[in-house]
Design a protein around this ligand. Structure first.
Ligand code: NCD
Length: 315
């Protein structure tokens, strides 16, 4: 068997990075490395989740996260069902809790949930008997994104401890930023956030990050430049003067990237707004890890599902 397969998480669910200890994070990353190799083979199937039912319950639009969880579950042998809010009873006024109780009665083993409200996934987890994976809740957490980012960084830089990571853009609305800040901190990286004041949450310094308001200062000698999408669907009112001005000051182009370390690498969780937070030449350039992040996403989600499934009753 595999070296990492004896590894477990302390909880039944994965609701966030907050609360995980360093060895749990590195345990998941080590296991994910095995799945990276598996996913590059012709035969990609395992049987860890054989007989198990996984429901992907997405109350918010998603392409890569939902398909990534679906592929991950299927490669491990689960029966995977996708439920999107557009076609569910939620449209008819059913509450989150009623939806949870209804699904629970069908005896799923794993629920993968995305919801637009922070805390909704944790609330749902308390109402069901199966294990729950948070696939993004409001501006709170997106744990598997932070794990796949960490795996991508570790594979390219050989380590995480001691690196300087600049997270740039719409930090205010970003669950990706929050989960990444907590994870990178736990593993010993130095984390900076770079954004205009209107896109920074109050008290962000309490998460242990250094705050910069210009790309020139914030990118200086950074090893990793992580760009965030401008989350216009979460913005009530006007947070930026104009998209053109935002790109001028905060969009990552070749010129701004020169402030980072000479071997700095660029990341973005997707979906990207080209010409808003990132220039196409950088997104598609030799220092971009964006496509690799998507590949790592499947491997990390397999590691999470595999680990949680080993704690299910009768596993
Ligand atoms: C992120 C999300 O949904 O939080 N995307 C993703 O998971 N692929 C980031 C974003 O939407 O900007």
């Amino acid at each position: 068997m595999h070296a990492a397969s004896a590894f477990t998480l302390s909880g039944r669910d994965l609701l966030g990075i907050e609360g995980l200890i360093a060895s749990e994070i590195t345990g998941l990353l080590d296991l994910a490395e095995e799945f990276v190799e598996l996913n590059r083979q012709i035969e990609k199937k395992r049987t860890t989740l054989r007989g198990r039912t996984q429901i992907n319950l997405f109350f918010e639009a998603s392409t890569r996260t939902q398909s990534s969880f679906e592929i991950a579950g299927k490669r491990l042998g689960a029966d995977v069902m996708n439920m999107s809010v557009g076609s569910s009873s939620v449209k008819k006024g059913e509450t989150l809790i009623d939806t949870a109780i209804t699904l629970n009665a069908m005896h799923p083993d794993i629920l993968v949930v995305r919801h637009h409200a922070s805390g909704a996934v944790a609330l749902l987890a308390r109402k069901v008997d199966c294990c729950v994976v948070n696939a993004g809740d409001g501006a709170h957490e997106h744990p598997t994104q932070a794990l796949l980012d960490a795996l991508t960084i570790r594979r390219n830089k050989g380590r995480i401890a001691g690196l300087t990571v600049a997270i740039c853009g719409d930090v205010l609305h970003s669950r990706v930023a929050r989960s990444n800040i907590i994870l990178l901190h736990t593993l010993g990286a130095k984390v900076r956030v770079v954004a205009p004041s209107t896109l920074l949450p109050a008290g962000i310094e309490s998460l242990g990050v250094e705050v910069f308001r210009t790309m020139e200062e914030g990118l200086k000698d950074a090893d990793i430049v992580m760009m965030l999408r401008l989350q216009r669907e979460r913005m009530a009112g006007s947070f930026i003067p104009s998209v053109k001005e935002y790109f001028h000051y905060f969009g990552l182009d070749e010129l701004k990237l020169r402030h980072a370390a000479p071997d700095a690498l660029v990341m973005h969780p997707g979906p990207m707004n080209r010409g808003v937070e990132i220039d196409s030449a950088v997104a598609d350039g030799p220092r971009s890890l964006i496509r690799e992040q998507v590949e790592m996403g499947v491997a990390v989600r397999m590691a999470v599902l595999d680990t949680l499934a080993r704690k299910l009753p009768n596993a």
